[in-house]
Design a protein around this ligand. Structure first.
Ligand code: SF4
Length: 113
């Protein structure tokens, strides 16, 4: 048995999962999906920022296009730390494709002119 909080939306339902993976406490079906995923294959979307090399003291925000396995978060963060871009940047620009072979790209989430 396991209790957890659904993080899919701000409502934050308290979920209860029994030994047979029956989920209760979820207001909507996404909570059940989240609970089962969290207990069998936990994943997270990573957000961070990287250097803009042609601007002084400037960072631009980035994120993974798909959630990555929780146990790969630190490895992905290390790879993100090595990245940099030149301005101008546009939301959705791909900085790194298929990071660590995890089928997720690193994309820009802020426009810088
Ligand atoms: S179960 Fe549904 S309503 Fe509740 S927090 Fe998760 S997504 Fe939101």
């Amino acid at each position: 048995m396991k209790d957890l909080t659904c993080i899919v939306c701000p409502r934050g339902c308290r979920l209860h999962v029994d030994d047979d993976m029956n989920v209760t406490g979820n207001f909507c079906p996404r909570g059940k999906e989240y609970a089962i995923s969290e207990l069998t294959h936990p994943v997270r979307t990573i957000t961070s920022s990287i250097k803009v090399t042609n601007r002084d003291y400037t960072l631009v925000s980035v994120k993974t296009t798909k959630p990555v396995p929780k146990d790969k978060i630190f490895a992905v963060m290390e790879e993100i730390d090595k990245l940099s871009v030149e301005a101008p940047t546009r939301i959705g620009d791909i900085v790194k494709k298929n990071i660590l072979g995890l089928d997720s790209d690193i994309v820009i989430t802020k426009n810088i002119d």
